[in-house]
Design a protein around this ligand. Sequence first.
Ligand code: GLP
Length: 262
Amino acid sequence: MEVIILSDPQQAALLAARIIEKELRANPALVLGLATGRTMESVYACLAALHRERGLDFSRCRTFNLDEYIGIPAAHPGSYRTYMDQHLFRQVNLAQGSTQLPNGTAADLGGECVRYEAMIQEAGGIDLQLLGLGGDGHIGFNEPLSALLSRTREKALTPATRQQNAPMFGGDPAQVPARAITMGVGTILDSRRCLLLATGAEKAAILARAVEGPITSMVTASALQLHPKCQVVVDAAAAGDLQGTEYYHWIFNNEPEWADFR
Ligand code: GLP
């Protein structure tokens, strides 16, 4: 794992977007794993700008989102399909049918989870998985005690997560669906590269547990410590509780891999 600390949220989002840009330019048929949440909005704004202003081409790219709520239609304003349409899919030239999210209204939810895993396999696996960090340390909707080998499945959301996501449902946590389909921790770990983005002081304590704490299903993001190529991009506020910042800064300022991004 590598941790890159930038001064502010905008710089952190820009770096995440530029990492995606580099991968997509090297492999136009990239299989990209996508995440939702407020943190990602600036990443998608940067990608949309790169498409408009520097011709970043998504026409051969395929995408798989981490998760979707159960029981609300895709057209619901709070659905992750709506979020993705608004922030990314309508802003770039992704081909029709190339963007996948789990179907949270499938009659057979268990079958839908199996189908989603199979689609990822058929696409050749995920090349780069973008990840946010939930307040309880979740990645996707892998709430505390999610098995670290879990696959795509139904998951009940914690009250804290429903509270955290209430702004997208008129501010009322009771309106946030109680369940979601999410890629499992094991599904995420199968991606060839993981990129976690976290910004803001409210993420500092949980980020430190995820990155420098013990690997535990209580903080499913900590499983990323097992991943052979995982980068964590944060702003200074989110890095506030980390112990190893001096080393992390040294890596970014000296390792050749980061030369294009400094
Ligand atoms: C939701 C998503 C997570 C995401 C989290 C972070 O819970 N299911 O994948 O990481 O939001 O949200 P935010 O960026 O708004 O803090």
